[in-house]
Design a binder for this molecule. Structure first.
Ligand code: OAD
Length: 244
C-alpha cells in the first residue's frame, strides 16, 4: 500500500509538513464543503463565508456558524487526527497546517497547529477587531455586540479576507523546508493554502496525497493514497512501527 520511498521517509529526522482540509474531519461527522457528501449544498461556502453576506444578513451567517459549532461540540476527533498528533511527537521537525476551523486537531492532542482559516469557536469584533471569547448566537434574540457597539463575528477567514500573515508565512517556509509533505482531505482548490503542497514539491519535498477522491493535486503528487485518512494514517503509523 505504501511505497518504499514513503516508508524510508518515515524517520524521526525527516522534516515533515502536513496540510489538512475538511476531509480529515469527515469521519468525525463534520460535513465537507464540496463533493458528493458536502452538506452545504444548499449554500456554496463562498455565499455565506464572506463580509457582504454577513452585512446583508448577519442572522443567516451567524446561524450557519452556530449550527456548525453545535455540531462540533457533539463529535470527537477520529483516528486521522490522533495519528497526526502522534506524528508530532515522533518527528523532530513536524508542522501541521490546517484549513479547518473545527479545533479537532487540538482536541486530539496536537500541540502546535497553524490554523490558516481561523477557529470557529473563537469570536472577534467586526468593527474594532478585538478578540472575544465564544459567544453563542441564539436565533430570535438580539445580535451579539462588542462593547464598542460593533457586531460580534466568528474569528474565521472569509472569502476576500487576508489570511493571518504570520501563520501563512511560517506555513510557507515550513513547506519550503520539508522533505515530506502530506496533503490530506483537501480538494486543494482554495488558495493560498492550496499552493503549499506545490511549493513544497518544487523545493524538493516528496508529495503524498491522502484522499478517497481525485483532486487537481492527484496528477502532480508523487504518491496518492486513495482512501479515508482515518484508515490510512493509522496504517501508515503501523507500517512505520509507531504505536498509536
Ligand atoms: P473541501 O470540502 O473542498 O474538500 C474536502 C476533501 O476531502 C475532498 O477532496 C474529499 O474528497 C476529501 N475527503 C472526504 N472524506 C475524506 C476522508 N474520510 N479522508 C480524507 N479525505 C476525505 O474542503 P477543503 O479542501 O478543506 O474555507 O476546503 C478548503 C476551504 O474551502 C475551507 O477551509 C473553507 C472552504 O470554503 C473558508 O471557509 C475560507
Amino acid at each position: 500500500m505504501f511505497s518504499k520511498k514513503l516508508i524510508q521517509l518515515m524517520q524521526p529526522e525527516t522534516r515533515v509538513c502536513v496540510l489538512t482540509g475538511a476531509g480529515v474531519s469527515a469521519e468525525s461527522g463534520v460535513p465537507t464543503f464540496r463533493g458528493a457528501h458536502g452538506l452545504w449544498q444548499k449554500f456554496r461556502p463562498e455565499e455565506l463565508a464572506n463580509v457582504d453576506a454577513f452585512l446583508n444578513n448577519p442572522e443567516l451567517v451567524l446561524a450557519w456558524y452556530q449550527y456548525r459549532r453545535e455540531l462540533i461540540d457533539n463529535i470527537e476527533p477520529n483516528p486521522g487526527h490522533y495519528s497526526l498528533a502522534k506524528m508530532e511527537q515522533y518527528f523532530a521537525d513536524f508542522t501541521l497546517v490546517t484549513q479547518n476551523v473545527d479545533g479537532l486537531h487540538r482536541r486530539a492532542g496536537s500541540q502546535k497547529v497553524y490554523e490558516l482559516h481561523g477557529n470557529i469557536l473563537h469570536n472577534k469584533c467586526f468593527q474594532c477587531g478585538k478578540a472575544i471569547q465564544r459567544v453563542d448566537f441564539v436565533e430570535g434574540e438580539e445580535l451579539p455586540r462588542c462593547e464598542c457597539g460593533g457586531l460580534i463575528r466568528p474569528d474565521v477567514v472569509w472569502f476576500g479576507e487576508m489570511l493571518p500573515e504570520k501563520t501563512l508565512t511560517t506555513a510557507a517556509s515550513k513547506a519550503v523546508e520539508a522533505d515530506l509533505f502530506l496533503s490530506i482531505g483537501t480538494s486543494a482548490i482554495v488558495y493560498p493554502a492550496a499552493g503549499l503542497p506545490l511549493t513544497a514539491q518544487r523545493n524538493g519535498a516528496y508529495l503524498v496525497e491522502i484522499n478517497p477522491e481525485q483532486t487537481d493535486l492527484s496528477r502532480t503528487a508523487n504518491e496518492v493514497l486513495s482512501g479515508q485518512s482515518g484508515e490510512i494514517l493509522p496504517k501508515l503509523l503501523e507500517a512505520t512501527g509507531i504505536a498509536l
